[in-house]
Ligand binder design. Structure first.
Ligand code: ADP
Length: 253
């Protein structure tokens, strides 16, 4: 029984409806395209470290290597695995953050010992590049945040600061109180970001210059995750950067 009564649509309304449908179809096609680009990029990012892992494990298994040579290859294998793990972690987080169930559980904790532990995680890779990492934070400073998420935010920023700094330079992690908020900055004197690109760096998959990407590795996911995590804390993130001089990422939570 198809006795459904349709509201009467005039010529104008039919026209509106048809252009709305056309717009939806266009948006959908655009989304599909974006999704495909995203998948292609992720597949590429995951297959690069895999290529290294396979190559270097074969080399490490060769007979007649010295102890040092084998250790060197194993070190590369460990580093590449680490990179892959970070990438997968970021991807999973991006996917979860799109779900409505994503929450942060904030608590009060002392910032100094927390940041010291985060720094410990990155010190080995900083040492390899001879970059000094300074921590500036009062002993009694307290933050109100989700410690697991905050660690991820800081690790991503410290990872970038390292990646985009030259050997023998310095990076500072600074935390200070401002009224009832905490300002956390990661400051480097690395290669900097071109002024006209700053507004895009928090977009998923956005990377400054393709040539830069090939040189430094990375996927253009880190800052998108950082921004979403900061916003999930109802916080803000700002960037100051000068090409050839360095960058400062400043979070207020
Ligand atoms: P990636 O994996 O490419 O580092 P991100 O999302 O973390 O992805 O960063 C996006 C882009 O922003 C990077 O490609 C890089 O060019 C630029 N960028 C991020 N952090 C820094 C920094 N500390 N110094 C210079 N450029 C940076």
């Amino acid at each position: 029984d198809f006795n459904v009564s349709l509201p009467y649509l005039g010529k104008d309304e039919l026209g509106d409806l048809s252009s709305s449908i056309q717009k939806l179809a266009k948006d959908l096609a655009h989304l599909k395209n974006e999704r495909n680009e995203f998948l292609a990029s992720i597949s590429h990012e995951l297959s690069t470290p895999l290529t290294y892992l396979i190559g270097y494990s074969k080399v490490a298994m060769r007979k007649g290597l010295t102890e040092e040579e084998r250790a060197h290859y194993l070190e590369i294998i460990a580093e590449e695995s680490e990179r892959m793990r970070e990438l997968v972690k970021n991807l999973l987080d991006l996917a979860r953050m799109d779900e409505t169930t994503f929450t942060v559980s904030k608590e009060h904790f002392f910032a100094r010992s927390f940041f010291e532990n985060v720094c410990k995680l990155v010190i080995p890779s900083y040492e390899i590049k001879n970059i000094k990492l300074n921590l500036i934070c009062d002993e009694d400073l307290q933050v109100y945040a989700d410690p697991v998420r905050l660690e991820q935010i800081i690790l991503n920023l410290l990872d970038n600061a390292l990646k985009y700094s030259n050997q023998h330079s310095e990076v500072s992690l600074k935390a200070q109180k401002s009224k009832n908020k905490t300002i956390i900055s990661v400051i480097d004197n690395g290669i900097g970001i071109p002024l006209d690109e700053i507004e895009f760096i928090f977009e998923k998959l956005y990377r400054v210059e393709k040539s830069r990407s090939r040189l430094f590795g990375g996927s253009g996911i880190g800052l998108a995750v950082v921004k979403e995590l900061v916003e999930a804390h109802s916080g803000t993130i700002e960037v100051k950067s000068k090409l050839g001089e360095g960058s400062e990422f400043r979070i207020t939570i």
